[in-house]
Design a protein. Structure first.
Lengths: 255, 256
């Protein structure tokens, strides 16, 4: 993004080297916890950024109004100095400045932080609509359900290292192949545990997660032990499970 | 064009941060002293008023140049506003130049108002303008040249040190600059290492001695056109070197 100098090597984006300012007309960027010139109004700030991004003079006013409308900033806030803005309003202005110049590629660092549930929902919808327009949105978040809901591809970074990258479904499929079994009948516990399933007792009910391959064996065991099967549910892995498993792997490796 | 946009925004920031409020104090000072000087008629009113006015213009401007100059770039980095500017198609040197011209234009507007105030006071006290007043205008122009230079080295200092250190260094530079004539004299009179050191220092610090003509114009002395030309050229070259150095340092800096 032109902020940090490479110690070695080179990087290119959209067919140009990252040091080339011309490439940056096609990139929008929202820093984490953004700060803006608080002596400006939202409209003035966007005008300044539009000038710097090379938006033609005749188009600026229209673009600014449309963008502020799109991020849902109230009309009466447009001509208010940013120092009077709440964090959520600033976040909206931040997203507005990132998409103002109609970039092909948008980087959003923690776009949902500081927003209330409605605001987060709106930002999610906004990211989805940018995606529909054919823009590439690259965002970071620690709310994995947001990533799972929006992303085509995700990368997991823990302790500064890349732990995994790929399509969400592919990443989580490595976690599939487990079934959750719930039954009544404590007499079957030992037999099921022998198959590799850890059991949890809650009142009358016993719960165990076992490998898909051992499901038939487990059911037989339960029948033999006269247990009453309550449910069998395939475990759908979430990105969170994947993330945690990657973390566990890495800390296992370190120890 | 982008340099102009950045400069305009810097100017707007200074205005909205109420930097120009110093003009009120200046205006009060001018009104007060002209009323006071109006009482006496011993032939030194003009000299006193011009001296006082030029000194006030210089002090206000230098204070603004240093105190805003130290934060021009560092404030943008601290407040992280620089992230949303440098990730746009803006070169770093354009950013530095834009910030520089923004403060210089603030100082120019500020000086313009103060000059108008001084001339209004002159008119009030003397009842008419005289030919020598043109040279007061030249003195004000030279003061503005000093501001341009002060802004440039303040910016350079702030590109590699903290705001407070930069302010201290800039003040020292300003003061030494006013004695640069003495440094030159020392270099001429000494030999060996002292000579080398003194002449190096004399070239490095801004030569404000040559730009300080307040007392001579207060006496009604004329200023040669050649001097105006040389001083202007000197101030521009000196500032350009300082700003270029600041830009070079900024160019290498990592924004984290």
């Amino acid at each position: 993004m032109g902020l940090v100098k490479p110690t070695s090597g080179s990087a290119s984006i959209l067919g140009g080297v990252i040091q080339d300012p011309a490439v940056r007309t096609q990139i929008g960027f929202l820093p984490e916890q953004p700060y803006f010139y608080d002596y400006l109004t939202a409209a003035e700030l966007l005008n300044y950024y539009a000038q710097l991004s090379g938006v033609p003079g005749g188009e600026r006013a229209r673009r600014i109004t449309a963008t502020l409308d799109r991020v849902g900033l109230a009309k009466d806030a447009v001509n208010t100095q940013l120092r009077k803005f709440s964090k959520g309003m600033l976040q909206r202005v931040g997203i507005a400045q990132a998409i103002l110049h109609d970039p092909k590629l948008v980087f959003l660092d923690e776009p949902m932080s500081g927003l209330d549930p409605i605001g987060r929902r709106e930002v999610r919808d906004l990211i989805a609509s940018l995606k529909e327009e054919g823009k590439t949105v690259f965002f970071s978040t620690h709310i994995l359900s947001d990533a799972e809901a929006l992303c085509d591809r995700v990368a997991i970074v823990a302790k500064g290292e890349l732990r995994g990258v790929g399509v969400v479904a592919d990443l989580t499929s490595s976690m599939r192949g487990k079934v959750e079994l719930v039954w009544e009948g404590v007499q079957a516990i030992t037999a099921v545990e022998a198959l590799g399933g850890e059991t949890h007792v809650a009142g009358e009910m016993i719960r165990a997660v076992i490998d898909d391959a051992k499901l038939d064996q487990a059911i037989d065991t339960l029948r033999v032990n006269k247990a009453r099967i309550i449910s069998m549910t395939p475990v759908r892995a979430t990105l969170e499970d994947y993330f945690l498993s990657k973390l566990a792997q890495s800390s296992g490796g370190n120890n | 064009m982008r340099i102009a946009y950045i400069a305009a925004n810097t100017f707007r920031e200074a205005v909205r941060d109420r930097v120009l409020y110093n003009l009120i104090i200046f205006a009060l000072l001018m009104i007060g002293s002209s009323l006071l000087l109006g009482q006496i008629t011993i032939g030194v009113e003009r000299e006193l008023l011009v001296n006082l006015g030029l000194t006030a213009i210089s002090i206000f401007g230098v204070l603004i140049a240093i105190f805003i100059g130290i934060g021009l770039v560092s404030k943008e980095i601290d407040k992280r506003t620089v992230y949303t500017v440098l990730t746009r198609p803006v070169q770093r040197w354009q950013f530095i130049l834009g910030k520089y011209f923004g403060l210089v234009s603030t100082l120019a507007v500020n000086t313009l108002f103060m000059a108008a105030g001084l001339f209004a006071a002159l008119l009030f006290v003397m009842r008419r303008f005289q030919h020598a007043d043109v040279y007061v205008l030249v003195a004000i122009f030279f003061i503005l040249l000093q501001f341009i230079m002060v802004t440039s080295f303040t910016m350079l200092f702030s590109s590699f040190s903290t705001p407070i250190e930069s302010a201290v260094m800039a003040f020292c530079f300003f003061v030494i600059g006013n004695f640069s004539e003495d440094l030159r004299a020392l270099a001429a009179a000494s030999t060996g290492a002292v000579k080398i050191f003194a002449s190096a220092a004399a070239y490095l610090v801004p030569n404000f001695s040559a730009l300080n003509i307040s007392s001579s114009v207060a006496h009604g002395e004329a200023v040669a056109g050649r001097i105006i030309l040389l001083n202007t050229g000197y101030a521009i070259l000196y500032s350009a070197a300082m700003v270029a150095a600041a830009a070079l340092i900024f160019q290498r800096r990592d924004m984290k």
